[in-house]
Write a protein that binds this ligand. Structure first.
Ligand SMILES: Nc1ncnc2c1ncn2[C@@H]1O[C@H](COP(=O)(O)OP(=O)(O)O)[C@@H](O)[C@H]1O
Ligand SMILES: [Mg+2]
Length: 262
């Protein structure tokens, strides 16, 4: 198992705990992700997967344990700083698109979130910066396969397409680590297969590390090189997808029922 761990992780969480009143959402969890990885995070509902992503992306503050970014101890940082200074981007389990804005404008927002006020001073002025932004948005929309929906109101789209707009918006921040929280939720099997291909292309062609939470086992098993399983806030298994999927603890806690029913 140790051999699987990255030599130089982007993010390393050690003994991370997170509690809400009496609820222990995470109980001393070790987690890391390296620049060349796609890491799968699975576990039953309420097992702490989203909480771990929220801790990594600066939305929740860990109650205990430590975080390192690029080998340096990291105190609590806001999502904005993690995005701007460390190239972290994410999507949400509950889709968070701006209502009444088009697909293109939703993605453009992602791009602007990375700007600093002084960017305007040396990029040849606002006009050329905006032009380049629009070109980049177009390239990203093509890449995720929703360019034909660019002028539609994002929240009017089918669920699966909205999830792809969220991914496009995250890509617009030019990340090096992308956290995906249940990207296949609401997708039909065909859309989920296209998503598998998209996740692989994001990793291979754009060289972005990925952490993916998913209930769709086809998505996890066909993308992740390493999988961690949470159950009631504890890591109960960790390893390559094949080993994890045959681990008796995992079969009992989670996969067994799904695989039996599949
Ligand atoms: N903001 C919050 N306030 C109170 N409890 C929370 C909060 N976020 C998560 N929890 C609790 O933490 C546990 C883990 O939740 P979550 O991380 O969302 O699980 P998962 O994503 O694996 O389904 C659950 O018991 C949930 O109710
Ligand atoms: Mg969740």
């Amino acid at each position: 198992m140790t051999a699987l761990l990255p030599e130089a992780p982007i993010f390393k969480a050690t003994g991370v705990g997170c509690r809400f009143g009496g609820v222990i959402a995470l109980d001393s969890v070790d987690f890391q992700v390296g620049p060349d990885e796609i890491v799968g995070l699975i576990g039953p509902n309420g097992s702490g997967k989203t909480t771990l992503l929220n801790v990594l992306s600066g939305i929740y503050r860990a109650s205990s344990g430590s975080l390192e970014i690029d080998g340096k101890p990291s105190r609590f940082k806001s999502s904005r700083r993690l995005s701007r200074d460390h190239g972290l981007a994410r999507t949400f389990q509950n889709i968070r698109l701006c209502p009444s804005l088009t697909v293109r404008d939703n993605v453009l927002i992602g791009m602007h979130s990375g700007f600093r006020w002084y960017d305007a001073l040396w990029t040849g002025g606002r006009g050329s910066r905006e032009r380049r932004s629009v070109e980049r948005v177009e390239e990203i929309l093509e890449f995720v396969g929703i360019a034909d929906k660019r002028d539609e109101i994002a929240t009017d789209l089918a669920y699966g397409d909205q999830r792809r707009v969220e991914i496009a918006r995250a890509l617009a921040t030019n990340p090096r680590l992308l956290l995906l929280d249940e990207p296949a939720a609401g997708m039909n099997p065909r859309e989920a297969r296209v998503l598998v291909d998209l996740i692989k292309r994001i990793h291979d062609e754009r060289e972005i590390a990925i952490v993916v939470i998913e209930h769709n086992m086809n998505v996890v098993m066909n993308t992740a090189s390493r999988v961690m399983v949470l159950d009631a806030g504890l890591c109960i298994a960790h390893g390559d997808p094949k080993t994890v999927s045959s681990d008796p603890h995992v079969l009992e806690a989670y996969l067994g029922k799904r695989f039996r029913d599949a």
